[in-house]
Design a protein around this ligand. Structure first.
Ligand code: PMP
Length: 398
């Protein structure tokens, strides 16, 4: 993550800072966006959050909860009404049955869910395998739990789908878990049934825990199958992480949830109880409303993303930046290596010369070299403008 060199002073070690924290890089995305925010008139395809405001009925439920004076702590596990809705939803949409009182915990976004599961399961020196490119928090979440992140590179030629054989090659006696995120940030790739089955088989064979981050699951443009948690032998070895940020445009509410076997949820609950107490109560009430009545708005947003995806993919390919049609999330990950620039040079020069922000692929690990991430959670107008400027930029390079 070379973007961080701009802020070297932040990385100098101080004797009070723990070694494993001092050694962590800052998020390449955040550093890049400090540069972006310093400029006027930037068209940004950089941010990984919906450009929609939260649907009105959900906002209204928040206001109602506040109006009723619901401003106190909730149960550590979260409101039972929300846990019931979450379990019902996971059962009907993902094919796995969880008990709301024993096997579900409400978290402060999927971000906290990730942190909880890592701190609950990892001993110092344990290894967690994950795919790269990956969401920027994965390796740090593992490292902050004193464990070792072990990346497995995914390739454009395989549609950025994680190969079960590649995972198997990285397994050592210290491997404890496999962390998955499909639909994927930053590539938009998704797993099909055979790939999920193959990964499930490896997990069972080597007695691995699987942590599946399903935050983009609703934003799937083809068929959406069952979660890997529903595969044979998987329910007892999977922690299912989900949340409201993406599908319901609720990033600022900070609500997520984790489902899994009771002993694991109970261990996560201890970490949560002593570090967070509970997630925000009126935000939890809003999440109940999202699950009860949010489907139509959610589907309307997905339809809009689908149209934007079709436009952006066509325009990128037309200008000579190859990318396949991604199955999910709201990202495309075009290959830019033919321009002769590396991903950071490409993103920096595009920003400086054309005022368009995209994220260098290396922000998602070294496997992202040669690519940039463009988010289509931006208005169609912004997408069109960004594509026109990007085409000029690419033409001027050649
Ligand atoms: N996982 C992935 C793959 C993400 O892309 C994000 C957000 N960018 C998160 C988790 C965190 O989401 P939340 O808002 O639920 O903490």
């Amino acid at each position: 993550m070379k973007f961080m060199s701009a802020s070297k002073s932040h990385h100098e070690r101080h004797h009070w800072v723990a070694g494993h924290i001092a050694g962590l890089p800052r998020s390449g995305i955040r550093d890049f966006f400090e540069l972006v925010s310093a400029r006027d008139e930037v068209v940004s395809l950089g941010i990984g959050e919906p450009d929609f405001v939260t649907p009105w009925s959900i906002r209204e439920a928040t206001i109602y909860a506040l109006d009723q004076g619901h401003t106190s702590y909730t149960s550590n596990l979260g409101l039972i009404s929300l846990r019931r809705e979450c379990c019902r939803y996971v059962q009907s949409e993902f094919g796995v049955d969880y008990q709301p009182d024993q096997e579900c915990i409400v978290t402060v976004g999927v971000s906290e869910g990730l942190d909880l599961v890592m701190r609950a399961i990892l001993n110092p020196g344990d290894e967690v395998i994950y795919h790269q490119p990956a969401f920027v928090s994965y390796a740090p979440a593992i490292a902050m739990a004193h464990a070792r992140p072990v990346p497995v590179h995914t390739r454009e030629a395989d549609g950025f789908v994680l190969s079960a054989a590649d995972v198997e090659n990285k397994i050592t006696p210290k491997t404890k878990a496999l962390l998955l995120n499909y639909p994927n940030n930053p590539t938009g790739a998704n797993l099909g049934e055979p790939e999920k089955a193959a990964l499930a088989k490896v997990a069972v064979k080597h007695d691995l825990l699987v942590i599946t981050d399903e935050i983009y699951s609703e934003l799937t443009y083809g068929l959406r199958g069952a979660s890997i948690a529903a595969y044979p032998g998987m329910r007892e070895r999977t922690v299912f992480l989900h949340g409201f940020s993406k599908a319901y445009a609720m990033t600022g509410y900070r609500i997520g949830y984790a489902c899994g076997p009771h002993q694991l949820i109970d261990a996560m609950m201890k970490v949560h109880q002593y570090s967070m107490m509970c997630a925000c109560g009126f935000a939890q009430e809003a999440a109940v409303e999202a699950l009860r009545n949010g489907r139509d708005e959610r589907e309307a947003m997905r339809e809009e993303y689908r149209q934007r995806r079709n436009v952006i993919v066509k325009r990128l390919n037309d200008m000579g930046l190859p990318c396949s049609l991604p199955d999910g999330a709201f990202y495309v990950f075009p290959r830019i290596s033919d321009t002769g620039l590396d991903s950071q040079q490409f993103a920096m020069r595009l920003l400086e010369q054309k005022n368009v922000a995209v994220v260098p692929g290396t922000a998602f690990g070294e496997a992202g070299e040669g690519y940039v991430r463009c988010s289509y959670a931006a208005s169609m107008t912004d997408i069109e403008t960004a594509m026109t400027r990007m085409r000029e930029f690419v033409n001027e390079l050649s």
